[in-house]
Write a protein that binds this ligand. Structure first.
Ligand SMILES: [Zn+2]
Length: 435
């Protein structure tokens, strides 16, 4: 791949096409958060790209403008969703809710965009509903197909949508969970949805919620894959421009706070639920259309950086040892932006076998299996995958009983002794470690 094709820059807002974009947060130049380095490649140049968040003054969509090639980011993707039982339960409940709400039956077709290993489609299939996955990660798509969930190894485009409609008929439900915020050309994606969706069909999106992102200081959920940071207001502007209407909105626990947005073709009979207007009014009251909220957010991120780096430096100066847990994408954003490397963290434990033996992108901290904590027990464990803080601390109960301490980095850095010492960290639903 030519370097020039590895990154493009948007001149206009992805949501409303305005050119009035203001930078609200700069996390520097970083390698892609999942571009782990093989030890033998250390010393070779690493690709790195600007990681800056912009605010649209017209539709208030927070977004990245510097777009790293999706071929580079996604086609070699190795994350498999169903490894987490919490996800399986989350998507099962999601499927149950959709089936009963929209009265799906054996003639219905559910298409999932970014279907990964089929974690969402499987519970639909078990209810006798026809399902089809679309996911550009070739290996995962092949494995899902082999396991009985037919999955097309493509990006979802209008051509792919036409092909599916020709072969399988129109779709009652199209889902895009944790993928809508990752796609740059949403015009093409929604055009494809309009082609494939039945006239009374519904399009259901799950995206991390901008309000939580700002208020819980989730700056580490910024990485090159995560292009849009939606509110209900900004998602509505985009969908309406593309011929859809938002008919319902719900809050879910994923990602430290996500939105489940249900949309339908503009000309469909679906009524617009009261929740939509309530969310938009609430967002306005919280100042999500106002630049000062973003300026305060950027300031809090800076304070977080100062506090966490001072805390870690102080511990190292006192001769304490520190390891990380969870070589997640969010962890890599934090480590790169805060400049935390192997001089501070001896290693990062991670349960994903494919990451073990590699080095974190940019910061080059060794990623090891979790058993290392028993063999080379640190004084402190920095939980980088804070979304998994609950199960991680539970698993490492022996560590805290032996006097070890955990450090949680967001929303403000704090030292935690044991599970449930901090209600806010313990009550969150576990999320994908790639986030
Ligand atoms: Zn806009």
């Amino acid at each position: 791949m030519e370097i020039a094709t590895l990154m493009t820059r948007n001149e206009r807002c992805r949501g409303c096409t305005s050119a009035a974009l203001t930078r609200i947060l700069s996390l520097g130049v970083q390698p892609p958060a999942n571009a782990f380095v093989r030890p033998e490649d250390l010393g070779k140049p690493e690709l790195a790209f600007p990681l800056d968040v912009y605010f649209c003054n017209d539709c208030s969509l927070a977004q990245l403008r510097d777009i790293v090639s999706p071929e580079l980011l996604f086609t070699q993707y190795v994350y498999v969703s169903s490894t987490s039982p919490a996800f399986v339960a989350h998507f099962r409940a999601f499927a149950d809710a959709i089936v009963s709400r929209f009265g799906l039956g054996p003639s219905s077709l559910v298409v999932d965009i970014g279907s990964n290993d089929g974690i969402l489609l499987k519970p639909f299939q078990e209810k006798g509903i026809r399902v089809l996955g679309v996911d550009p990660a070739v290996k995962i798509a092949a494995e899902a197909t082999a396991a009985g969930i037919e999955t097309l190894p493509y990006f979802f485009t209008p051509d792919v949508a036409r092909d599916i409609a020709d072969r399988h008929g129109r779709s009652s439900v199209i889902t895009a969970t944790n993928v809508f915020a990752h796609v740059n050309n949403l015009d093409a994606l929604v055009e494809g949805v309009r082609i494939l969706l039945a006239s009374e069909g519904v399009f259901i999106i799950e995206v991390p919620y901008l309000a939580d992102f700002l208020e819980q200081n989730l700056f580490d959920t910024v990485y090159h894959e995560h292009l849009s940071y939606f509110s209900v207001a900004s998602a509505s502007v985009l969908l309406e421009r593309l011929g859809m209407k938002v008919i319902n909105v719900e809050k879910t626990d994923s990602h430290g706070g996500s939105l489940r947005i249900c949309a339908a073709p503009r000309e469909s009979a679906h009524p617009v639920g009261d929740a939509v207007g309530r969310f938009v009014a609430d967002e306005r009251a919280r100042g999500l259309e106002d630049m000062t909220v973003y300026e305060k957010f950027a300031k809090r991120v800076e304070e977080n950086k100062i506090q966490l780096t001072a805390l870690l430096r102080g511990l190292r100066t006192d001769g304490k040892t520190i390891a990380g847990y969870g070589a997640s994408a969010k962890g890599n954003t934090l480590l790169n932006y805060f400049g935390i490397g192997p001089e501070t963290l001896d290693y990062i434990a991670d349960d994903s076998a494919w990451k073990q033996g590699l080095l974190t992108p940019g910061t080059h901290i060794p990623v090891v299996a979790a058993q290392r904590i028993a063999e080379q027990t640190p004084d402190y464990i920095l939980i980088l995958a804070w979304n998994f803080a609950d199960p991680i601390m539970k698993k490492l109960e022996w560590f805290s009983r032996a006097g070890g301490r955990f450090i949680l980095p967001v929303p403000v850095p704090r030292i935690v002794r044991q599970l449930h010492a901090q209600e806010d960290s313990a009550t969150r639903l576990p999320l994908r470690t790639n986030q």
